[in-house]
Structure formats: structure tokens, C-alpha cells
Design a binder for this molecule. Structure first.
Ligand SMILES: Nc1nc2c(ncn2[C@@H]2O[C@H](COP(=O)(O)OP(=O)(O)O)[C@@H](O)[C@H]2O)c(=O)[nH]1
Ligand SMILES: [Mg+2]
Length: 388
């Protein structure tokens, strides 16, 4: 009998106005992962948990790749996408036993920007919006898409477009606030890391992530601050919040008149690392600035301790945790491991990665590779990470 796969969920919430590139992004993410070249090179498979949904995404991807066809607008879909990141080489039973879990699941929540721009048309519609929003609250990370095409359209007056991006989001949150804060109690579970991403970055070949950050600070600092104030007022322990401190460039393909070049992509390889590793690193950063209540560790970064254990591969710590009662002391052990895992330097991570690949410890290889990818993204100017 095959043992059932122990899967850890990582959610990510993507906010973007209509036409900002959400559907192309998720199609490109999934579609490219089904290409023989990816499957050959990669340590993992990306499997759509719903086959029909996977086919639709792949269809959009192939339409772009083969027929230069852009996806249809699906204004009111907002169904989460669910992908299992399954190790290609799961190893033997012993390998399975020593790792804390077997696979990651990425649950990708699209939140259509038009829901923040327009009032709901009916009571049922209003309820659906709230339910959709509630479901994405599990995400550690939210990505706000700034549409690179719109920035071009507003060249010189970018502040006008940016004001609407952040203003609509802020107003939308304010409108949902009373429904989300059941009985007025502030939320523990809420995205704590809000990455601002430039979609269609291929339209701005001269802009790197630092340049994008500068543009936002120059033209929209107040609007971002106003959004941060609203979120701060909705969550418990608002010290643990990074909004407008991390910046990412994204380009899902290169769009030409007669051709869509799906292999020319920017930033898509950072989505899994941003969803799974960034929250862990941020938690470690926060824990060095202030005392995080232990009960909130796992709320701020899903699976933090499991991922940290895979990264440091600390058999001794693992053994110690195994022997301890499941209260108090267990949690007390987690934080140092977290900080240790998050603070491993590049050389050390490269060692962990090489050793894991050599020993076919694929999960460790995958997660340490995610760490390296994030670092590479920073080095390449695709990603700016908060250093607070
Ligand atoms: N240049 C460029 N254009 C893009 C990119 N992604 C999307 N687009 C364009 O933007 C349009 C809208 O994208 P779509 O994903 O449908 O937006 P959504 O409404 O947010 O789902 C597409 O039809 C493309 O023409 C990109 O990475 N680069
Ligand atoms: Mg769409």
C-alpha cells in the first residue's frame, strides 16, 4: 500500500486590476512547467490538482505559444488554482521517513481588481466577494500587480494610475472590513508580506526592481502608506507587516505583434520561492526586531518550522523535537531553528543544495534551490527584498 503523500499548503494571493496580467501569469507558470524541457531539468513536477483546470491553463498557454492568442477575459472567475509540487525523485521509504513532509501545494488566489473598482451588483455577488476574500486570508504573501502597460499609458503622470491601484485596494478593504472582522475582533491570519510586482516588465526593459521601487516611492508613497494604515488597523500584532517593502518584476512572456514568445520570462521562477521561503525569512527578520508571540509563529508563516527543518536538515534538532512534549518547549525550539535556517548564507546554502542533490534528498534540494533563486533574483535586480 502506498503511503499517502504528506502535503503542506502554501497560499498566495494575487491582486490585480482587469487586464493587468493575472490569467497570463498563472497560465505561463503552469504551462511552462509542463514543457518537456522543464520536466527534464526540474527537481519537481507541477501538477494541477484539478485536471480540468490544468487543461484550461495549458490551453491558454499553448494558444499563446502556438497561435499568438491572448486569453479570454474571465472577469468574474476568481476560483483558486491549486498545484501540487511533487518531487520527481521521492527517494526510498527511509528518505520519506526522515523528511517532515513530502510535497508542497501552492494555492493561488486571484482577486479580480474590478471587485475593488465596482460595487457588487447583488447581495449574492457581495457574499461571493467576501467568501473569496476570506479564502485568501490564509496566504502569507499577497502580490499587488502594477500593470506595466498602464504605467506606459500614463508616462509622466504615473501617480494618477498608481493612486487608483492602491486607492481602490484600500477602499475595497475598508468596504469588506466589517464583514471580515467578525464581531470587531482583529485578524491574526492575514497576508503579512505585500509584494508589489510590476507585471509586463518586458515593456520596461530599462527598469530593474530598484528602479521600480524608486518610481513607487517617488510617485505613490502616500497611497501605499494609506493602504498600510488600513491593513494595520485590521490585524492583530501589526508590527508583523511588510507592505511596500518588497518589489518584484514579472513578465509572463514577450508579446510581439504576430508572436508571443513564452520562453522569454522574468520573475516567474520566483513565485514558489516567494510563497514558501520569503515568509520564513521575514519571520526571522521580525523575530530579531521584536518578540513574536509563539502562538503566531505558524500563523505568520505557514509551515515555517517544517520548511526550516528541511533547510537546516538538523537531525539533532529534529530528534530533540521528537522527544519533547507537544506544548511549550516544542514551540520554544522552533524559533532558533527558523532563524538559523533563514540566516544561512549563500555559500552555506549552496553546500546544502549540492549535498542534497548528491544524496537525492530532493525536498532539501528543492527548498534550498528556492533560497538560492531568491538570492539570484536579488543579484539580478529582479527582486528587492525588505532589509528591515
Ligand atoms: N507585454 C506583456 N503583455 C502582457 C503580459 N501579460 C499579459 N499581457 C497582456 O495583457 C493582457 C491581459 O492579460 P490577462 O492575463 O488576461 O489579464 P487579467 O485580466 O489580469 O487576467 C493579455 O492579453 C496580454 O496582451 C506580459 O507579461 N507582458
Ligand atoms: Mg483574467
Amino acid at each position: 500500500m502506498a503511503a499517502s503523500l504528506r502535503v503542506r499548503d502554501q497560499h498566495i494571493a494575487v491582486f490585480g486590476g482587469s487586464g493587468s496580467g493575472k490569467t497570463v501569469l498563472v497560465s505561463s507558470f503552469y504551462g511552462a512547467a509542463q514543457e518537456p524541457s522543464f520536466i527534464k531539468e526540474s527537481l519537481f513536477h507541477v501538477i494541477a490538482d484539478d485536471t480540468g483546470q490544468g487543461h484550461r491553463l495549458r490551453q491558454i498557454y499553448l494558444g499563446m505559444k502556438n497561435d499568438a492568442k491572448t486569453p479570454p477575459t474571465n472577469r468574474f472567475a476568481a476560483v483558486p488554482y491549486s498545484f501540487t509540487i511533487k518531487l520527481k525523485d521521492p527517494g526510498d521509504a527511509k528518505a520519506a521517513k526522515t523528511r517532515p513532509f513530502d510535497a508542497l501545494r501552492l494555492i493561488w488566489h486571484d482577486y479580480p481588481g474590478e471587485w475593488f473598482e465596482q460595487e457588487p451588483s447583488s447581495e449574492a455577488e457581495a457574499t461571493r466577494r467576501i467568501d473569496t476574500f476570506r479564502s485568501l486570508l490564509r496566504s502569507d504573501v499577497a502580490m499587488v500587480l502594477v500593470d506595466g502597460q498602464k504605467l506606459l499609458n500614463y508616462a509622466g503622470d504615473e501617480e494618477k494610475y498608481l493612486k487608483s491601484v492602491f486607492g481602490d485596494l484600500r477602499d475595497g478593504l475598508l468596504r469588506l472590513r466589517d464583514d471580515l472582522l467578525d464581531g470587531g475582533e482583529k485578524l491574526n491570519e492575514f497576508p503579512r508580506v505585500w509584494v508589489i510586482a510590476l507585471s509586463k516588465a518586458d515593456l520596461h526593459p530599462e527598469v530593474d526592481a530598484h528602479g521600480f521601487q524608486d518610481l513607487l516611492i517617488q510617485k505613490a508613497a502616500d497611497d501605499i502608506a494609506a493602504l498600510r494604515d488600513v491593513v494595520t488597523d485590521m490585524v492583530q500584532f501589526p508590527e508583523a507587516l511588510s507592505l511596500g517593502e518588497d518589489f518584484l518584476l514579472l513578465s509572463s512572456a514577450k508579446f510581439e505583434i504576430e508572436r508571443i514568445e513564452v520562453t522569454t520570462r522574468v520573475g516567474l521562477d520566483l513565485i514558489l520561492p516567494v510563497a514558501s521561503i520569503l515568509p520564513l525569512q521575514r519571520l526571522a527578520q521580525w523575530s530579531q526586531r521584536f518578540d513574536i508571540p509563539r502562538r503566531l509563529l505558524d500563523v505568520f508563516a505557514d509551515n515555517a518550522e517544517a520548511i526550516a527543518l528541511v533547510l537546516v536538515n538538523a537531525k539533532a534538532v529534529q530528534g530533540a523535537i521528537g522527544r519533547l512534549p507537544k506544548v511549550g518547549p516544542l514551540l520554544a525550539l522552533i524559533l532558533p531553528v527558523l532563524v538559523q535556517a533563514a540566516n544561512l548564507n549563500k555559500v552555506k546554502i549552496e553546500e546544502v543544495n549540492a549535498a542534497a542533490r548528491a544524496k537525492h534528498e530532493t525536498l532539501t534540494a528543492v527548498l534550498s534551490q528556492f533560497r538560492l533563486d531568491l538570492q539570484q533574483g536579488e543579484d539580478d535586480g529582479i527582486f528587492v527584498k525588505s532589509n528591515r
